[in-house]
Design a protein around this ligand. Sequence first.
Ligand SMILES: [Zn+2]
Length: 480
Amino acid sequence: MRTLNSEKLEIAWAAESRQEKFWKISDAIWSYAELGLEEYKSSRLIADTLESHGFTVDRGVAGMPTALVANWSHGTGKPVIGFLGEYDALPMLSQKAGSPAKDPVVRGAPGHGCSHNTMCAVQGLAVITLKEIMEKKGLNGTLKVFGCPAEETLISRPYMVCAGLFNDVDVVIDCHGEDSLKVKGVEGTACYSFIVTFQGKTAHSGSSPWMGRSAADAVELMHAGTERMRENLPVTQRTHWVTLEGGEAPNVVPDRASTWYFIRDVDENVESNFKWALDCAKGAALMTQTTYEVKVLAAVHQRFHNTALVELIFENMKAVGRPEYTEEEEAYARALQKTMGIPVKGMEYSPELSATNMAPPFKGGSSDVGDVTLVAPTAGVKYPVRVPGSYSHHWAVVSAAATSIAHKGITVGAKVVAFTAYDLLTKPAVFTRIRTEFEKLATERPYKTFLPDDVQPPFGLNTKLMEKHRGAMEQFYLNP
Ligand SMILES: [Zn+2]
C-alpha cells in the first residue's frame, strides 16, 4: 500500500471505512445458502443495499426472479462499467464457519462451497466506494452491477446476454473468491448441461420380463456409449454424468430412468460432442426399444478474458497486495490444511497472473461468464477468501467463507475492482487498448448463444431441495 498514489490511497481508505457493512452482507448470504434460481433472500439483500445507496435497481430481469441489474450514472454516463456478482450455494456442503474439521450447521443442507456469498459484497463495496469518489471528483460514467443467479448450474448469463442487458456496457469486471490473489486469461470450457429421460415398460422382472422394456438399461447403454465417445475426443473434453432415476426395486422392470450430463470442451468442439452424445442416447433407445426425451438445462461458451484488462487488474492486484494475517488465522489455516491432507503452509501465497490455463494441467471447469466475455471485454479479480491449497465445492471453502480471512479477502477484492474501474474511468489510453482488443475478438467470434431456440431457465430444479432444508436452516440465519 506504501507505493499507492494519493488517488488510490483515497479509494482504499474509502473502501475500508465501510467494509464491515459488506462483511455482514457476505455472512448473511453465506447463512442463507440458497441454491440456484432460489436465491430470493440473497438477491433481495443486494438489491435493497444498492438501492439504499442511490442505485436504480431492476429486479427479475431476463425472466428470472432472482436476477437483477443495479445502475448509477454520473455526468455524461460514459463509459459504462459492468460488475458481475453471483449468490448461489451448492447442495450438501453445509458447514460451520471457522471449523477446521467437517461439522455441518444442518446436516445435508446446502453451503457456499464456491464462496459466491462474498462476490456481491466485493462488487457492492467497490461500486459504493467508486460512486463516492466519482461524485467528489466529478468523473463521468455509469456503474452497472449484474446480480447473476444459478452460476453453479450455468444458467443465467446466456439469458441475460440474449435479453440485451450488456448491450451498452463498455467493460466488465468479474470477480470470484479463491485461495489467493490471481487473474486469469483464457479459461475453462464451454458446456452443455442436459437431462435425457428414457421411457420403457414395467413388468414383473421374474415372472414376465419379456413384457418389460427397461429404461435403466437404456441409461446404462448411453453411459457405455459416451465412454467410447470420450476415447476419441481431444484432451480438452470433460464428460460426466449422474444417474437421476434408475428404477426403485429389482423386481419391477423400470419404465422410467434418467441421466444428467455435462459435456464440456473448448468452443470449437462442444457442439459436435453434444450431438455425438445425443446419438448415444438414440442408440441406447434403439437397443432397448425405449423412447427418450432431451431437456437442455444450460449451454455456455468458454471464457475469453481480455488480456489488456487482465494486465490492468494484475497491476492493481500488486498495488493492493496481500492482507496481514493474525497468528489465529494462520493456525486455523494450518489445521484445515492438515485435515484436508494438502500442504500445510498457512496463509502463504502471492499475487499471480496466469495468461492461460489451457496448458497442462488443463482445468476444464465452466462458467456462464463465458457468454459475457464475447459481448464485452471481461476479466475477473480472484481474491483470497479460502485457505491456500483448498479446492472449491468442498466443505473447507464453506468453513473459511464467513471468517475474518474471507472478510479481509472481500476488502482486498473490492480495492482491486475499484482501482481497476477508476483506471478505466480516468485513463483513456488503457480503455481504448481494452476496447480495441475486444473488437478483434468480437469480429473473430461474433456472439451466438449455444442455447437451443425453445429453451427456458429450468425453474424448480432446486425448489424441493431448498424446501427440505429451509426450516432447519432458518434458525441459523445471520443478520446483515
Ligand atoms: Zn464459483
